[in-house]
Write a protein that binds this ligand. Sequence first.
Ligand code: CP
Length: 311
Amino acid sequence: MKHYTQIQDITNLKQAIKEAILLKLDPFKDQGIGKNKTLMMLFFNSSLRTRLSTEKAATNLGMNVMSMNISNAWKLEFEDGTVMDMDTTEHIKEAAQVISQYADIIAIRAFPTLEDKIKDESELILNSFKTYATVPVVSLESATGHPLQSLTDAITITEYKENPKPKVVLTWAPHPKALPQAVANSFIETMQLMDVDFTITHPEGYELNPKIVKHTQVNYNQDEALKDADFIYAKNWSSYQDYGQILSEDESWKITKDKLGKAKFMHCLPVRRNVVVDDDVLDSDQSIVIQQANNRTFAAQYILKNLLENL
Ligand code: CP
Protein backbone atom coordinates (compact mmCIF):
# COMPACT_ATOMS: atom_id res chain seq x y z
CA MET A 1 0.00 0.00 0.00
CA LYS A 2 1.50 3.37 -1.08
CA HIS A 3 -1.24 5.67 0.30
CA TYR A 4 -4.55 5.05 2.09
CA THR A 5 -7.17 7.37 0.68
CA GLN A 6 -9.89 4.88 -0.36
CA ILE A 7 -10.98 1.39 0.73
CA GLN A 8 -9.79 0.05 -2.65
CA ASP A 9 -6.20 0.71 -1.49
CA ILE A 10 -6.58 -2.45 0.61
CA THR A 11 -5.83 -5.42 -1.64
CA ASN A 12 -7.56 -8.05 0.53
CA LEU A 13 -10.30 -6.59 2.74
CA LYS A 14 -11.17 -9.91 4.42
CA GLN A 15 -7.53 -10.42 5.44
CA ALA A 16 -7.27 -6.77 6.60
CA ILE A 17 -10.30 -7.23 8.88
CA LYS A 18 -8.81 -10.43 10.29
CA GLU A 19 -5.48 -8.72 10.99
CA ALA A 20 -7.17 -5.69 12.59
CA ILE A 21 -9.08 -8.00 14.96
CA LEU A 22 -5.76 -9.70 15.88
CA LEU A 23 -4.22 -6.27 16.56
CA LYS A 24 -7.10 -5.57 18.93
CA LEU A 25 -6.28 -8.72 20.89
CA ASP A 26 -2.60 -7.74 21.22
CA PRO A 27 -2.25 -4.01 20.41
CA PHE A 28 1.39 -3.60 21.48
CA LYS A 29 2.88 -6.56 19.63
CA ASP A 30 4.34 -4.35 16.87
CA GLN A 31 5.83 -1.61 19.07
CA GLY A 32 9.16 -1.87 17.21
CA ILE A 33 7.72 -1.13 13.75
CA GLY A 34 7.14 2.57 14.42
CA LYS A 35 10.33 3.27 16.39
CA ASN A 36 11.86 6.59 15.27
CA LYS A 37 9.01 7.08 12.78
CA THR A 38 6.68 10.09 12.89
CA LEU A 39 3.01 10.47 11.98
CA MET A 40 1.97 14.02 11.09
CA MET A 41 -1.77 14.70 11.33
CA LEU A 42 -3.11 17.84 9.66
CA PHE A 43 -6.66 18.94 10.44
CA PHE A 44 -8.54 21.37 8.21
CA ASN A 45 -11.70 20.43 10.22
CA SER A 46 -12.76 19.30 13.69
CA SER A 47 -12.41 15.75 14.96
CA LEU A 48 -12.71 13.75 18.17
CA ARG A 49 -12.54 10.04 17.22
CA THR A 50 -10.30 10.23 14.16
CA ARG A 51 -7.72 12.37 15.88
CA LEU A 52 -7.54 10.42 19.13
CA SER A 53 -7.86 6.90 17.73
CA THR A 54 -5.26 7.49 15.00
CA GLU A 55 -2.85 8.95 17.57
CA LYS A 56 -3.49 5.94 19.81
CA ALA A 57 -2.92 3.56 16.89
CA ALA A 58 0.38 5.24 16.01
CA THR A 59 1.50 5.16 19.64
CA ASN A 60 0.61 1.44 19.85
CA LEU A 61 3.07 0.94 16.97
CA GLY A 62 5.78 2.95 18.76
CA MET A 63 5.50 6.01 16.47
CA ASN A 64 5.90 9.66 17.43
CA VAL A 65 2.88 11.81 16.57
CA MET A 66 2.61 15.48 15.62
CA SER A 67 -0.80 17.12 15.04
CA MET A 68 -1.68 20.51 13.67
CA ASN A 69 -4.94 22.37 13.22
CA ILE A 70 -4.09 23.83 9.85
CA SER A 71 -5.97 27.06 10.59
CA ASN A 72 -3.03 27.85 12.91
CA ALA A 73 -0.56 27.60 10.01
CA TRP A 74 -0.02 29.88 6.99
CA LYS A 75 -3.02 29.82 4.65
CA LEU A 76 -2.20 27.38 1.86
CA GLU A 77 -2.56 27.89 -1.88
CA PHE A 78 -3.53 24.78 -3.87
CA GLU A 79 -4.06 26.14 -7.39
CA ASP A 80 -1.18 25.92 -9.85
CA GLY A 81 0.15 29.10 -11.40
CA THR A 82 -1.74 31.46 -9.08
CA VAL A 83 -0.40 34.97 -8.54
CA MET A 84 -0.37 34.79 -4.75
CA ASP A 85 -1.20 38.42 -4.04
CA MET A 86 -4.38 37.71 -2.06
CA ASP A 87 -4.80 35.87 1.28
CA THR A 88 -2.83 32.65 0.65
CA THR A 89 0.72 32.77 1.99
CA GLU A 90 2.32 29.40 1.25
CA HIS A 91 1.94 27.06 -1.72
CA ILE A 92 1.22 23.37 -1.19
CA LYS A 93 4.30 22.57 -3.35
CA GLU A 94 6.64 23.86 -0.63
CA ALA A 95 4.46 22.95 2.35
CA ALA A 96 4.03 19.28 1.41
CA GLN A 97 7.74 18.80 0.70
CA VAL A 98 8.73 20.55 3.93
CA ILE A 99 6.30 18.49 6.04
CA SER A 100 7.58 15.31 4.36
CA GLN A 101 11.00 16.05 5.86
CA TYR A 102 9.49 16.04 9.37
CA ALA A 103 7.23 13.01 9.00
CA ASP A 104 7.21 9.45 7.65
CA ILE A 105 3.43 9.43 7.08
CA ILE A 106 1.12 12.43 6.58
CA ALA A 107 -2.57 12.09 7.51
CA ILE A 108 -5.07 14.74 6.45
CA ARG A 109 -8.66 15.67 7.27
CA ALA A 110 -10.22 18.01 4.70
CA PHE A 111 -14.01 18.20 4.33
CA PRO A 112 -15.84 19.36 1.17
CA THR A 113 -17.09 22.89 0.57
CA LEU A 114 -20.56 21.45 -0.29
CA GLU A 115 -20.81 24.46 -2.63
CA ASP A 116 -18.70 23.41 -5.61
CA LYS A 117 -19.24 19.75 -6.59
CA ILE A 118 -16.51 19.73 -9.24
CA LYS A 119 -13.94 21.17 -6.85
CA ASP A 120 -14.96 18.80 -4.06
CA GLU A 121 -14.82 15.77 -6.36
CA SER A 122 -11.33 16.79 -7.52
CA GLU A 123 -10.14 16.21 -3.92
CA LEU A 124 -7.77 19.15 -4.41
CA ILE A 125 -6.30 19.11 -0.89
CA LEU A 126 -5.80 15.36 -0.55
CA ASN A 127 -4.53 14.92 -4.10
CA SER A 128 -2.16 17.90 -3.81
CA PHE A 129 -0.57 16.27 -0.78
CA LYS A 130 -0.36 12.98 -2.70
CA THR A 131 1.32 14.80 -5.58
CA TYR A 132 3.83 16.89 -3.67
CA ALA A 133 4.52 14.96 -0.45
CA THR A 134 7.36 12.44 -0.63
CA VAL A 135 5.84 10.15 2.03
CA PRO A 136 2.58 8.13 2.21
CA VAL A 137 -0.68 10.04 2.66
CA VAL A 138 -3.65 8.82 4.72
CA SER A 139 -7.18 10.22 4.50
CA LEU A 140 -8.68 11.12 7.85
CA GLU A 141 -11.88 11.96 5.89
CA SER A 142 -11.79 13.90 2.68
CA ALA A 143 -14.38 15.65 0.53
CA THR A 144 -15.81 12.40 -0.84
CA GLY A 145 -14.70 9.56 1.43
CA HIS A 146 -13.91 8.37 4.94
CA PRO A 147 -12.10 5.06 4.39
CA LEU A 148 -10.75 4.71 7.96
CA GLN A 149 -14.36 4.89 9.18
CA SER A 150 -15.57 2.33 6.66
CA LEU A 151 -12.76 -0.11 7.48
CA THR A 152 -13.85 0.29 11.11
CA ASP A 153 -17.45 -0.43 10.11
CA ALA A 154 -16.39 -3.56 8.23
CA ILE A 155 -14.46 -4.80 11.30
CA THR A 156 -17.47 -4.11 13.55
CA ILE A 157 -19.97 -5.91 11.29
CA THR A 158 -17.60 -8.89 11.05
CA GLU A 159 -17.31 -9.05 14.85
CA TYR A 160 -21.04 -8.74 15.57
CA LYS A 161 -22.66 -10.68 12.71
CA GLU A 162 -24.65 -13.72 13.78
CA ASN A 163 -25.07 -15.28 10.36
CA PRO A 164 -22.64 -15.62 7.44
CA LYS A 165 -24.43 -13.09 5.21
CA PRO A 166 -26.09 -10.44 7.39
CA LYS A 167 -28.61 -7.91 6.07
CA VAL A 168 -27.05 -4.43 6.32
CA VAL A 169 -29.11 -1.28 5.70
CA LEU A 170 -27.67 2.20 5.27
CA THR A 171 -30.44 4.66 6.04
CA TRP A 172 -30.48 8.42 5.56
CA ALA A 173 -31.61 10.20 8.75
CA PRO A 174 -32.63 13.81 9.36
CA HIS A 175 -30.14 16.47 10.49
CA PRO A 176 -30.40 20.26 10.87
CA LYS A 177 -27.11 20.96 9.04
CA ALA A 178 -25.95 20.09 5.53
CA LEU A 179 -23.47 17.23 5.91
CA PRO A 180 -21.01 15.64 3.45
CA GLN A 181 -21.65 12.38 1.60
CA ALA A 182 -18.20 11.03 2.54
CA VAL A 183 -19.17 8.52 5.25
CA ALA A 184 -22.03 7.11 3.18
CA ASN A 185 -19.83 6.87 0.05
CA SER A 186 -17.09 4.89 1.78
CA PHE A 187 -19.58 2.70 3.64
CA ILE A 188 -21.24 1.79 0.32
CA GLU A 189 -17.91 1.03 -1.37
CA THR A 190 -16.91 -1.15 1.56
CA MET A 191 -20.18 -3.09 1.79
CA GLN A 192 -19.90 -3.79 -1.95
CA LEU A 193 -16.66 -5.65 -1.16
CA MET A 194 -18.19 -7.71 1.66
CA ASP A 195 -20.40 -10.78 1.74
CA VAL A 196 -23.51 -8.94 3.00
CA ASP A 197 -27.08 -8.40 1.82
CA PHE A 198 -26.85 -4.62 1.43
CA THR A 199 -29.61 -2.03 0.88
CA ILE A 200 -29.61 1.77 0.91
CA THR A 201 -32.72 3.73 1.87
CA HIS A 202 -33.29 7.48 1.65
CA PRO A 203 -35.98 9.98 0.64
CA GLU A 204 -36.21 10.84 -3.07
CA GLY A 205 -33.71 13.58 -3.95
CA TYR A 206 -30.96 12.15 -1.72
CA GLU A 207 -29.56 9.80 -4.39
CA LEU A 208 -25.81 9.47 -3.97
CA ASN A 209 -23.19 9.49 -6.74
CA PRO A 210 -24.33 6.73 -9.18
CA LYS A 211 -20.65 5.92 -9.87
CA ILE A 212 -20.42 4.84 -6.21
CA VAL A 213 -23.88 3.30 -5.73
CA LYS A 214 -23.60 1.28 -8.97
CA HIS A 215 -26.02 -1.67 -8.77
CA THR A 216 -26.61 -1.52 -5.00
CA GLN A 217 -30.31 -1.83 -4.13
CA VAL A 218 -31.98 1.51 -3.23
CA ASN A 219 -35.42 1.47 -1.61
CA TYR A 220 -37.25 4.78 -1.00
CA ASN A 221 -39.50 3.06 1.56
CA GLN A 222 -37.56 3.01 4.83
CA ASP A 223 -39.92 0.56 6.60
CA GLU A 224 -39.59 -1.93 3.78
CA ALA A 225 -35.81 -1.53 3.61
CA LEU A 226 -35.31 -1.99 7.37
CA LYS A 227 -37.42 -5.18 7.55
CA ASP A 228 -35.39 -8.07 9.03
CA ALA A 229 -32.16 -6.02 9.06
CA ASP A 230 -29.26 -7.35 11.12
CA PHE A 231 -27.44 -4.00 11.07
CA ILE A 232 -28.97 -0.53 10.67
CA TYR A 233 -26.39 2.15 9.85
CA ALA A 234 -27.91 5.63 10.15
CA LYS A 235 -26.27 8.65 8.56
CA ASN A 236 -27.36 11.98 7.23
CA TRP A 237 -26.03 13.40 4.00
CA SER A 238 -26.96 16.47 2.00
CA SER A 239 -28.25 16.16 -1.55
CA TYR A 240 -25.71 15.09 -4.17
CA GLN A 241 -27.85 16.13 -7.17
CA ASP A 242 -28.93 19.46 -5.67
CA TYR A 243 -25.42 19.69 -4.35
CA GLY A 244 -25.04 20.40 -0.64
CA GLN A 245 -28.71 21.27 -0.13
CA ILE A 246 -31.07 20.08 2.61
CA LEU A 247 -34.22 18.95 0.79
CA SER A 248 -36.04 17.36 3.70
CA GLU A 249 -35.85 17.31 7.47
CA ASP A 250 -38.58 14.68 7.57
CA GLU A 251 -38.59 13.52 11.20
CA SER A 252 -40.27 10.28 10.21
CA TRP A 253 -36.84 9.04 8.98
CA LYS A 254 -35.42 9.15 12.55
CA ILE A 255 -34.48 5.71 13.90
CA THR A 256 -36.87 4.63 16.65
CA LYS A 257 -37.07 1.50 18.79
CA ASP A 258 -39.96 0.25 16.63
CA LYS A 259 -37.88 0.55 13.46
CA LEU A 260 -34.86 -1.09 15.06
CA GLY A 261 -36.51 -4.50 15.42
CA LYS A 262 -33.78 -7.01 16.26
CA ALA A 263 -31.03 -5.12 14.42
CA LYS A 264 -27.81 -3.74 15.82
CA PHE A 265 -27.60 0.05 15.54
CA MET A 266 -24.50 1.67 14.02
CA HIS A 267 -23.45 5.30 13.48
CA CYS A 268 -20.01 6.83 12.88
CA LEU A 269 -20.60 9.51 15.57
CA PRO A 270 -20.96 12.30 16.53
CA VAL A 271 -24.73 11.79 16.50
CA ARG A 272 -27.55 14.19 17.34
CA ARG A 273 -29.75 12.41 19.87
CA ASN A 274 -33.49 12.41 19.19
CA VAL A 275 -32.90 13.95 15.76
CA VAL A 276 -31.07 11.13 13.98
CA VAL A 277 -31.93 8.40 16.49
CA ASP A 278 -33.96 8.12 19.68
CA ASP A 279 -32.36 7.89 23.13
CA ASP A 280 -33.89 4.48 23.76
CA VAL A 281 -32.10 3.08 20.68
CA LEU A 282 -28.71 4.61 21.50
CA ASP A 283 -28.96 3.61 25.15
CA SER A 284 -30.07 0.05 24.38
CA ASP A 285 -27.89 -3.07 24.21
CA GLN A 286 -28.57 -3.17 20.47
CA SER A 287 -26.52 -0.02 19.91
CA ILE A 288 -22.88 -0.82 19.09
CA VAL A 289 -21.73 2.75 18.39
CA ILE A 290 -19.26 2.78 21.29
CA GLN A 291 -17.70 -0.53 20.27
CA GLN A 292 -17.65 0.77 16.68
CA ALA A 293 -15.71 3.88 17.79
CA ASN A 294 -13.24 1.65 19.66
CA ASN A 295 -12.50 -0.14 16.39
CA ARG A 296 -11.29 3.15 14.88
CA THR A 297 -7.98 2.50 16.67
CA PHE A 298 -7.47 -0.94 15.13
CA ALA A 299 -8.51 0.12 11.64
CA ALA A 300 -5.95 2.95 11.82
CA GLN A 301 -3.35 0.64 13.37
CA TYR A 302 -3.73 -1.88 10.53
CA ILE A 303 -3.29 0.88 7.92
CA LEU A 304 -0.31 2.57 9.62
CA LYS A 305 1.41 -0.80 10.17
CA ASN A 306 0.95 -1.69 6.51
CA LEU A 307 2.32 1.67 5.35
CA LEU A 308 5.30 1.44 7.73
CA GLU A 309 6.13 -2.05 6.46
CA ASN A 310 6.24 -0.69 2.91
CA LEU A 311 8.36 2.43 3.56
N1 CP B 1 -16.49 9.36 13.02
C1 CP B 1 -15.58 10.33 12.99
O1 CP B 1 -14.82 10.49 12.01
O2 CP B 1 -15.52 11.07 14.14
P1 CP B 1 -14.74 12.45 14.29
O3 CP B 1 -15.34 13.42 13.30
O4 CP B 1 -14.95 12.87 15.71
O5 CP B 1 -13.30 12.22 13.99
